[in-house]
Design a protein around this ligand. Structure first.
Ligand SMILES: NC(=O)C1=CN([C@@H]2O[C@H](COP(=O)(O)OP(=O)(O)OC[C@H]3O[C@@H](n4cnc5c(N)ncnc54)[C@H](OP(=O)(O)O)[C@@H]3O)[C@@H](O)[C@H]2O)C=CC1
Ligand SMILES: O=C(O)C1=N[C@H](C(=O)O)C[C@H](O)C1
Length: 249
């Protein structure tokens, strides 16, 4: 007997990522598109979707997730903007739903996940670390979700190793010139037409630097991770943050 396909709904389906996800699901064995909704559409239109993929907007995603959890629909989320408070609320909403899964990934590209892991490994060996993220100029949020996740992981590794803040002689600064501090790590955001999604993680130490760079040159780079997450979330209850947990890195 053949298994029935997983019914997938897409929120943000007319957007850059959502439209790419709809095509990827259409071409994926064992999955079918149950609904493709965008801003202004009634969430009741998700119908019998078992898993919903959300690539919408940081201001919209929590409302969508509250609806999905209340209706026992698994969620795969690429949308950025998750704070500790938002994650705590999701854990609370999921607590009485033991079979339900929500998987949030700041970045679904394999190389980006690996770059974050390599950066966390390198962090304790260098006096200083800074992150530069470069994106297309239609992006709503800065810094990117990926760079914030990266910076927090570096900050945690530095703290665990007992490292002091990196040496920095700056005494006079134009506002923002040294970037934003995330988890104690400086993050610099570049926005340019022509770019897709890029990240450089720079480490500096005695007489050397190390640069880890990842480039998504096309949104197809995110699709294997999204499809893996859709297939995984139906049997992975609770809240998962980061594709590294699914890849078991
Ligand atoms: N995790 C990852 O690997 C990746 C994450 N992202 C993130 O995904 C998000 C979307 O990015 P991108 O596709 O480039 O953005 P787009 O602006 O191209 O697409 C977002 C779409 O969502 C729609 N939308 C807004 N609110 C809602 C809502 N409440 N319900 C349904 N649809 C809604 C928008 O409509 P309208 O324009 O009318 O508002 C738009 O069509 C961002 O947060 C981005 O950072 C992006 C790439 C990879
Ligand atoms: O908006 C984007 O494009 C991207 N958003 C995510 C982020 O903010 O990290 C993932 C990727 O960088 C593309």
């Amino acid at each position: 007997m053949t298994e029935s396909p997983i019914r997938v709904g897409v929120l943000g389906a007319r957007g850059r990522m959502g439209a790419t996800v709809v095509k990827a699901v259409e071409g994926a064995p064992g999955l079918e598109v149950a609904a493709a909704l965008d801003a202004g559409d009634d969430l009741a239109g998700l119908g019998a979707a078992q898993v919903v993929v959300d690539f919408t907007h940081p201001d919209a995603v929590m409302g969508n997730l509250r609806h999905l959890i209340a209706h026992d629909v698994h969620a795969v989320v690429g949308t950025t903007g998750f704070t500790d408070e938002r994650l705590a609320e999701l854990r609370e909403l999921l607590a009485p739903k033991p079979g339900l899964g929500v998987l949030i990934a700041p970045n679904f590209a394999l190389g980006a996940v690996l770059a974050m892991r390599f950066a966390a490994q390198a962090a304790k060996f260098y006096a200083s670390a800074e992150v530069i993220e470069l994106h297309h100029n239609r992006k709503a949020d800065a810094p990117s979700g990926t760079s914030a996740h990266t910076a927090r992981a570096i900050g945690e590794a530095r703290a665990a190793a007992g490292l002091e803040p990196g040496p920095d002689a700056t005494t006079s600064e134009v506002d923002g010139a040294r970037g934003a501090s995330v988890g104690g790590v400086r993050v610099h955001s570049v926005r340019l037409p022509g770019l897709v999604a890029h990240e450089e993680i720079l480490f500096g130490g005695e007489g050397e630097t190390l640069t880890i760079r990842h480039d998504s040159i096309d949104r197809s780079s995110f699709m294997p991770g999204v499809l893996l997450a859709v297939r995984t979330v139906v049997s992975r209850p609770g809240l998962t943050v980061g594709l590294e947990n699914v890849l078991e890195l």
